[in-house]
Design a protein around this ligand. Structure first.
Ligand code: CU
Length: 200
């Protein structure tokens, strides 16, 4: 067995490239972020059963990309780690964070280690911050639509929620060199100065 340390910083464009090049090669997503805490949990409730979400919503969009938001709450005494998400309206979906790059531009990238909802705490998904990124809508999402999401937790349990679609002008996710089409990756540049640009 090879023990290989893969890159720790994985920008969404890189993930994009991996998706395009190798299909759904997202195995790296389920990391061992929690291993370092050393907490040995025995017979505790499934993480997904402890979660709830306040004010879930998803941005309406005709096509291309969108994002889902809300505040996830963890009612248990152990951290819960969301490692992936799924929804029927977008087969390709990622957990994103928003960070400032070296030149101060806000960019989004895949959240390394997933979303960790602290024990007894909450985790906010909000425009301009962490969000569930719908990478390519298979159907238009119209205001008022109810979109179901399934979050998978690190222990393999799941948490489902339904988000109402809203018109929201502020969450315009843009990838550099790519317009509304969203999934056309022509001209995508893997260079540091040309990665995802966004303002949601
Ligand atoms: Cu995003």
């Amino acid at each position: 067995m090879n023990i290989t340390t893969t890159s720790t910083t994985k920008r969404s464009v890189v993930a994009f490239a991996a998706l395009l090049a190798g299909g759904l090669a997202l195995a790296g997503c389920s990391s061992t972020a929690d291993a370092e805490t050393g907490t040995t949990t025995t017979e505790t409730a499934a993480q997904g059963e402890s979660l709830s979400i306040v004010d879930p919503w998803v941005k309406s969009a005709e096509s291309g990309m969108s994002a889902a938001f809300g505040t996830i709450e963890n009612d248990s005494n152990q951290d819960a780690t969301v490692v992936s998400a799924a929804t029927e309206v977008s087969p390709m979906i990622e957990l994103h964070e928003t960070v400032a790059d070296a030149s101060g531009n806000m960019v989004m990238q895949e959240k390394d280690g997933g979303f960790v909802i602290p024990a007894g705490g909450s985790y906010e998904l909000t425009p301009g911050g962490n969000h569930i990124m719908l990478m390519g809508l298979s159907n238009p999402v119209v205001a008022g639509d109810e979109v179901t999401f399934t979050l998978e937790l690190a222990d393999g349990s799941t948490f489902d929620f339904t988000a109402a679609a809203r018109d929201y002008s502020g969450a315009n996710e843009n990838y550099v060199g790519d317009d509304e089409g969203g999934m056309d990756m022509d001209g995508m540049d893997m260079g540091d100065d040309e990665h995802a640009d966004m303002d949601h």
